[in-house]
Write a protein that binds this ligand. Structure first.
Ligand code: SF4
Ligand code: SF4
Ligand code: SF4
Length: 259
């Protein structure tokens, strides 16, 4: 770290809703400990402080959607010893990656009175498509306990303890009755990475995948099961095409059902 001084932390934003940054502010008591352990050099959501780099840890929220973004991320990478991406926007392109399945000009023509002034890339892409990323933290938004664990791990020079298994594991652990087995409710839990504590099934609804694909997800098997239980191709496309629509396994599965 920085010569016996506190490690320098910066929080950067690209195309996003700020919800993942708010998860850091939502840490409340833990945030005081974080603030004592590091020097917060840049975090526009929380402070107008700006301390020049290089930084020990950079947290990056949001996806790359403009030519300016694509340039700026390289400067951030150069000034960061460790770069961690936070949230579905930064790790998978986010909900704004829905543009990737169409011509983005179709959208800008509808939304803006003078679309010729809009300078945007054809695709919304995750940060790792542009620069080396040291760790990707999933979720829309991220889980604050996982965020604290990741920051603490990097400050201590160890591997973060963030599980790669599915939401189903969390469901079993909290003793929730499976909504698919009990009610036939479609649930993406078997292919979605844990992190939320299986909130949705606990409230009798299926998971819609906001933590993105788990390690080695068998999306085709699950989609086949959904199909056998009455889901049409159009519904399958929509199920896999939400917050993590452009995460590779979800993208491939949605495209497999597009006609
Ligand atoms: S991942 Fe979700 S909560 Fe986080 S910035 Fe993107 S849209 Fe907002
Ligand atoms: S409700 Fe969903 S997440 Fe929970 S065990 Fe069933 S399939 Fe898995
Ligand atoms: S949609 Fe799935 S991953 Fe997201 S909070 Fe609900 S159960 Fe958890």
């Amino acid at each position: 770290m920085s010569d016996g001084k506190k490690p320098k932390l910066a929080v950067w934003k690209f195309a996003s809703c700020d919800g993942c940054q708010l998860s850091l502010l939502d840490c409340e008591d833990e945030l005081l400990a974080v603030a004592e352990a590091v020097q917060i050099c840049y975090f526009p959501e929380a402070t107008d402080t700006f301390v020049k780099g290089p930084y020990d840890v950079s947290l990056v929220e949001g996806s790359i959607t403009t030519p300016h973004d694509a340039e700026r991320i390289h400067g951030i990478r150069r000034s960061s010893k460790t770069l961690i991406t936070i949230g579905a926007c930064a790790t998978a392109g986010g909900i704004q990656a829905l543009r990737n399945f169409r011509d983005v000009k179709d959208f800008t023509r509808i939304v803006y009175a003078s679309p010729e002034y809009i300078d945007t890339l054809g695709k919304s892409t995750p940060i790792a498509d542009h620069v080396k990323v040291d760790f990707e933290l999933r979720g829309c938004p991220i889980n604050k306990s996982q965020l604290i664990e990741v920051i603490a791990a990097f400050l201590a020079g160890r591997k973060p303890n963030v599980p790669a298994y599915s939401v189903c594991m969390e469901c079993k652990r909290r003793g929730t009755v499976c909504v698919m087995v009990a009610h036939g409710t479609a649930c993406l839990g078997p292919v979605t990475q844990a992190g939320c504590g299986a909130i949705c099934p606990a409230y009798d609804r299926g998971c819609y995948g906001c933590f993105g694909p788990k390690e080695t997800p068998n999306t085709s098997s699950l989609a086949h099961w959904f199909g056998e239980h009455g889901k049409h191709n159009r519904e399958l496309v929509r199920m896999f095409r939400s917050y993590n629509a452009y995460a590779e396994p979800f993208r491939a599965e949605s495209e497999a059902h597009e006609q």
